[in-house]
Design a protein around this ligand. Structure first.
Ligand code: G3P
Ligand code: MG
Length: 242
């Protein structure tokens, strides 16, 4: 049974494979497909504005070039972040976190906001994103779940907004996951399902810790993880939603 107070299915990078990742169009696409929760990645521009993007470099998902952290937000937001996916999304912009938060609120969506700091900007990214979310999110709404592979970034978020829940993001959950959760005051574990052993999964579920798995694009694997007690599935396959 899914007792986690958040939705089980999470649209990865906003709208999975159905839209250009980490855009407002992606979040709208995820919501239109029936998802009640989305995940997206947040990084800082040179002038310290948190924006939605996965890579430290611009080439894969925009028509820009170079490092995200070497450009100001105004220039980044003039880039085309949609054409790489297809002509239907031409001109889609790289959104600021603030715009994404407004859209989440308008669509009444839950979210996992992954703090994705560029190297050297770990603390600044965690602090800036958490401050903005805390300032903008209404007290009566369940706050977004923060996560990161970068624990100093999560610790920085915790210092400025301890009320925002945090999850530890791993490729493979290590043996000392309990101690690490305690050290960083985290409420959930997020990991790559393909590197999750049956024993580790069982221990985490038995401990009552919400376990969220990325990126689950296979229906049979999803069913097995749900049956085993996994509480969140990040997917690129919007058609898997049941
Ligand atoms: O947060 C889950 C998942 O998004 C982590 O991997 O590389 O897609 O951000 P990545
Ligand atoms: Mg991510």
């Amino acid at each position: 049974m899914n007792t986690w107070p958040r939705p089980l299915w999470i649209a990865h990078r906003g709208g999975g494979a159905a839209a250009p990742e980490n855009t407002l169009a992606a979040i709208r696409t995820g919501a239109a497909a029936g998802f009640r929760m989305v995940e997206f990645d947040v990084m800082l521009s040179r002038d310290g504005v948190p924006l939605l993007i996965h890579d430290e470099t611009l080439e894969r998902t925009t028509d820009g070039a170079g490092l995200v952290c070497e450009h100001d937000s105004a220039a980044l937001q003039r880039l085309d972040a949609g054409s790489w996916h297809g002509p239907a999304f031409a001109g889609e912009r790289l959104p600021a976190l603030e715009q994404a938060l407004d859209l989440l609120l308008a669509l009444d969506l839950d979210a996992n906001i992954e703090i994705k700091p560029a190297r050297g900007f770990e603390q600044a990214t965690g602090e800036t994103a958490a401050r903005l979310i805390a300032a903008r999110w209404p007290a009566e709404r369940r706050p977004p779940l923060l996560s990161s592979f970068d624990f100093p970034a999560l610790d920085a978020a915790r210092r400025v907004a301890p009320q925002l829940p945090r999850g530890l993001l791993f490729e493979e959950v290590p043996e000392d996951w309990r101690a690490q959760m305690q050290a960083h005051d985290a409420i959930s574990l997020h990991c790559d399902h393909s590197r999750l052993s049956a024993d580790r999964l069982r221990d985490i579920v038995a401990a009552g810790v919400p376990l969220l798995c990325y990126t689950v694009n296979d229906a049979a694997r999803a069913e097995a993880l749900i049956a085993a007690g996994v509480r969140g599935l990040f997917t690129d396959r919007l058609d898997l939603l049941t």
